[in-house]
Design a protein around this ligand. Structure first.
Ligand SMILES: Nc1ncnc2c1ncn2[C@@H]1O[C@H](COP(=O)(O)OP(=O)(O)OP(=O)(O)O)[C@@H](O)[C@H]1O
Ligand SMILES: [Mg+2]
Length: 237
């Protein structure tokens, strides 16, 4: 008997996309907590889904906020808990297989804030790691530390991946630090995306169980981030 794997197309407004054999994997990682990882994960996922891609969010943070918000709300993609409890080789391999074998175009992994088990595993499995960073000195230090961990991983693995995209997050342009954050981040010598501004709609929409409206100023920023992500992954010029 022969077995066939059927991959379903996702169609929206007449345009259809078919999940690739292997998903592109985008990780969200930061050694500092509260920098906007979960907010970016869910709004980026929504923007990619709006473009007709099949997207799965894997919530590797034991706090489980991303999966719980999606389950309770109305989002155009699926999310599930994908916790890594132990760092022994077999468990990490099984966890990574669960990420790589998702039958979607994009998997977005929301890793835990501190350096828990899923932090390093997310970096190791990702094609691209987004490093959200706020405008404070603590955020900058956290971003530098996170970028350092990713670079050491690349050297240890002898691979050019994962790519890095630093994402200025929760940026308040009313403050000097907020206006200068993008310039300050060039010191990290990694690509920096456009900023995600601090706006109540980001917190309020997730509390209401929805992504930000696509036509809101924040929606436009997440769309620009999706463009930057697709460029970093080599999907878009
Ligand atoms: N762009 C934004 N504008 C306004 N509020 C934001 C923005 N991004 C995140 N927040 C708020 O900041 C807080 C932290 O954001 P979030 O939970 O996304 O960060 P996190 O990095 O996932 O945190 P943790 O380390 O706890 O997982 C939340 O209360 C969230 O609503
Ligand atoms: Mg989070």
């Amino acid at each position: 008997m022969q077995h066939y794997i059927v991959r379903l197309a996702t169609c929206q407004q007449g345009s259809c996309s078919y999940p690739a054999a292997m998903p592109r994997i985008i990780g969200l990682a930061s050694t500092k907590g509260g920098v906007g990882k979960t907010s970016i994960t869910l709004n980026l996922a929504a923007e990619l889904a709006r473009r007709g891609f099949a997207v799965l969010v894997l919530d590797a943070d034991p706090a489980g906020h991303a999966a719980a918000i999606v389950e309770a709300g109305s989002f155009p993609f699926q999310a599930r808990v994908h916790e890594l409890e132990e760092v022994d080789g077999a468990t990490v391999s099984r966890w990574a297989k669960g990420v790589r074998e998702a039958a979607v175009d994009y998997v977005i992994v929301d890793a835990e804030g501190a350096r828990g088990p899923s932090f390093g595993a997310t970096i190791a499995v990702s094609d691209l790691v987004l490093v959200p960073v706020g405008a404070s000195i603590l955020d900058m230090r956290g971003a530098a530390e996170t970028v350092g961990v990713i670079r050491r991983h690349r050297m240890g693995a002898g691979k050019g991946r994962p790519e890095i995209l630093v994402v200025p997050s929760r940026v308040d342009r009313r403050t000097g630090a907020g206006r200068e954050v993008a310039g300050a981040l060039t010191k990290l010598t990694e690509p920096v995306s456009g900023s995600i501004s601090l706006r109540s709609v980001v917190a309020d929409s997730l509390a209401a169980g929805e992504p930000v409206p696509a036509d809101s100023p924040s929606g436009v920023e997440f769309a620009a981030l999706a463009d930057a992500v697709l460029v970093r992954l080599g999907v878009k010029e």
